[in-house]
Design a protein around this ligand. Structure first.
Ligand SMILES: [Zn+2]
Length: 446
């Protein structure tokens, strides 16, 4: 490995940027940052101690962001597909997920998180937003080190080479006014003060560690009292942290909200001051016209998790309506039935094609954040922006992309992979976003 302070030049057949493809490309990195990107003919002279790596027939790209993960749920992949005689849906799946959560301790949490994160790294993901809620011992008592479970998850991400935003979940009740029960006691904070204190303690523990950030995550309006939402949002604003919340994944959740509060979850969040530009609404599957208005006005982000939503029979988000309003969409692998950021992205477009019975649905929306680039623009350019830039904004990790000044979170697509044969500069983005298997991707250390 070259010394991290020295310049490394990565030379490859292509570099895939947000708005264009560079042929015979050089990406220079030093001290963990990208310092230059251009065609080799235009690249600056290297300092004498620089190191050049010729990657050959690959396309260099920015790493992807997985904005919504529950790492431990990787443990139940393949175990929830034997459909019984009874009605199977999100809620019956949740019962089996709770059994897995009940069995965890810090060691097994670390092992399963490491497996999930290794799979993410192999699929082209370089940053993860971990929506972490298994905090306590099975009876609800804190561990001797209260952050033992969060620490195990963060360490697993670091070992896998991922940046992580640990979105520490607030959980208090089974449903509005109904105490947490059974496995939920492992998730629950006894009071708002306890939640805020534990979260600040976790942040202090990891402050200054490269690649680790903290955020807040009221689990859902089912699990967090209305009176908690404002103070949690206030803490996030004071600390400059992102706020994530599951919202409108299930119709039953909306019915519960209306019964308890007389409004939808999105209306409740807006009323509580918890809907803003640093809020990410995870799922946002079932939205009213009023919900869409509020999300647009707040400039909130929506995190779609299409592979999980299809596995659980949730439905899928109104992506065209959201983009027409300029709402930023990112993606997450959530329950990890599949870990494939490219599949998450392509399903956003493909679900809308099935709904509207036409092609090129998202590009027709012309969202306002889509830059006015020269030349033709297609769905690939739009999906790549969602995966990397919106994902990074969602988890509070700043910008990302293959440009000077950005972190050297590089990945490479193998152009000799059978699935990538035939890709050229004009079709590379479409190959990557719509056809590439994760087996064609590998991490490049900057
Ligand atoms: Zn989730």
């Amino acid at each position: 490995m070259p010394h991290p302070q020295l310049t490394t030049r990565h030379h490859a057949r292509y570099a895939l940027l947000d708005e264009r493809v560079i042929e015979d490309a050089c990406v220079d990195t030093a001290d963990g940052l990208i310092t230059h990107v251009s065609a080799r003919a235009d690249a600056p002279a290297l300092p004498p101690d620089a190191h050049t790596i010729h990657h050959g027939e690959v396309a260099l790209m920015a790493g992807q962001v997985n904005a919504h993960s529950h790492a431990f749920q990787r443990a139940i992949r393949g175990t929830t597909q034997r459909i019984g005689a009874s009605h199977e849906d999100f809620w019956s799946w949740r019962g089996r997920m709770y059994e897995a959560a009940a069995a965890l301790d810090p060691d097994s949490m670390h092992r399963i998180a490491r497996l999930a994160y290794d799979e993410m790294a192999a699929a082209g993901i370089t940053s993860v937003g971990e929506f972490h809620y298994v905090h306590h011992q099975p009876d609800g008592a804190p561990y001797e080190v209260p952050s033992a479970m969060a620490d195990a998850v963060i360490e697993a991400a670091r070992e896998a080479g991922l940046r992580i935003t640990l979105l520490r979940v607030a959980y208090h009740e089974a449903a509005p006014g109904k105490p947490a029960e059974g496995t939920q006691r492992r998730f629950a904070s006894p009071s708002l003060d306890a939640y805020l204190t534990d979260t600040l303690d976790l942040a202090a523990r990891w402050r200054g560690v490269d690649g680790v950030q903290i955020g807040v995550a009221p689990h859902s309006i089912r699990a967090v009292p209305r009176t908690w939402l404002g103070p949690i949002a206030q803490l996030a604003a004071e600390q400059g942290w992102p706020l994530h919340i599951h919202a409108c994944e299930q119709r039953q959740e909306i019915a519960q909200s209306i019964a308890a509060y007389g409004c939808t979850p999105i209306e409740l969040l807006a009323d509580a001051g918890a809907l803003g530009p640093h809020t990410t609404l995870v799922h946002a599957t079932h939205l009213s016209a009023r919900d869409l208005d509020l999300i647009e006005a707040a400039n909130a982000i929506v995190c779609a998790c299409p592979t999980t939503e299809r596995d659980l029979g949730d439905g899928f988000l109104p992506a065209l309506n959201l983009l027409q309003r300029g709402v930023r969409i990112c993606v997450g692998s959530d329950s990890h039935s599949v870990i494939d950021p490219w599949e998450e992205l392509r399903l956003i477009e493909y679900h809308e094609r099935l709904r509207y019975e036409r092609r090129g649905v998202l590009t027709a929306a012309h969202p306002r954040w889509w830059p006015q680039w020269e030349g033709e623009r297609g769905v690939a350019e739009l999906l790549l922006l969602m995966g990397a830039r919106h994902g990074a904004q969602s988890i509070g990790q700043g910008a990302t992309g293959l440009t000077a000044g950005q972190p050297a979170d590089l990945i490479a697509c193998d152009l000799t992979h059978l699935a990538m044969r035939g890709a050229d500069a004009a079709s590379l983005g479409a190959y990557v976003t719509l056809s590439m298997p994760t087996g064609a991707v590998r991490r490049i250390l900057g």
